[in-house]
Design a protein around this ligand. Structure first.
Ligand code: NAP
Length: 248
């Protein structure tokens, strides 16, 4: 058990990769804080963890709101005493493919959730981790945090920003006992992937040399490694979980 007695928080733990990671954390004996806006889905993740013998709570929070994000960390500390691990996974896609037809509202939505959400989360998490003198944070980017796809340019920009935030924060807190890394998955079989057209699914699948898209648990396993002491000398790293996509 690589996370025995650790306290781990997952934003976007109400579905997809976040839910798979919350369950994987609990299987490694972490106490888990599941965060998201949808109460029913958050409680479902908690139920799945408890049915398997684990310990978890749900905290409703919108990662774009600083008051919510502060409250999510405060609740974690109130219930479990401290915060060892945070997976800042909440994110969204969905934009008009044409730059000249995109609206300010689309820009603000994508940047608020994918970039501001990670920044706000790190702010509150690191403030707590500094008091403890230790902590491990994993942020969620994407292959398009490293390379670009033309038809999802706001999403691409937002995930590049997450990679940059991760590297700079990792350097800022390297001597404080806080490691900060980022995962960059290729296309993964979740609601987000299911939301695209069949044509787009076939196109995206074809981009992966391994010949298929990934599964949420395959990302969760990479996050587990970075979160744990197995990665004790790893910080500022972008770990590709992409079936060979960017190796081409
Ligand atoms: P998903 O099932 O749609 O999960 C998205 C999660 O983000 C949900 O749990 C959602 O929770 C949460 N979320 C969105 N906006 C939020 C907000 N304002 N406040 C709090 N939580 C919010 O899709 P997924 O594929 O697992 O996505 C998880 C992450 O992986 C995202 O950052 C995504 O960009 C990234 N990613 C996905 C893929 C892929 O192909 N699927 C590839 C690379 C990276 P609520 O709706 O309950 O708030």
């Amino acid at each position: 058990m690589i996370l025995q007695d650790k306290v781990a928080l997952v934003t976007g733990g109400t579905s997809g990769i976040g839910r798979a990671t919350a369950i994987a954390y609990a299987q490694q004996q972490a106490k888990v804080v599941v965060v998201g806006r949808r109460i029913d889905e958050g409680e479902k993740t908690v139920r799945l963890i408890k049915e398997a013998g684990g310990e978890a709570i749900f905290v409703q929070a919108d990662v774009t709101k600083e008051t919510d994000v502060k409250a999510m960390v405060n609740k974690t500390v109130d219930v479990f005493g401290w915060l060892d691990i945070a997976f800042n996974n909440a994110g969204m896609g969905g934009e008009n493919p044409s730059l000249i037809e995109q609206t300010e509202a689309e820009y603000d939505r994508t940047m608020n959730v994918n970039v501001k959400g990670v920044w706000l989360s790190m702010k509150s998490e690191i403030a707590q981790m500094l008091k403890q003198g230790s902590g491990s944070i994993v942020n969620m980017a994407s292959v398009v945090g490293v390379v670009a796809l033309p038809n999802i340019l706001l999403y691409t920009a937002s995930k590049h920003a997450v990679v940059g935030l991760t590297k700079a924060a990792a350097l800022q807190y390297a001597k404080a006992g806080i490691r900060i890394n980022v995962v960059a998955p290729g296309a993964i079989q979740t609601d987000m992937f299911e939301a695209v057209t069949d044509e787009a699914k076939a196109y995206l699948t074809g981009l992966h040399p391994i010949g298929r898209v990934g599964t949420p648990i395959e990302v969760a396993n990479a996050v587990l490694f970075l979160s744990s002491d197995l990665a004790s000398f790893t910080t500022g790293e972008t770990l590709m979980v992409d079936g060979g996509y960017v190796a081409q």
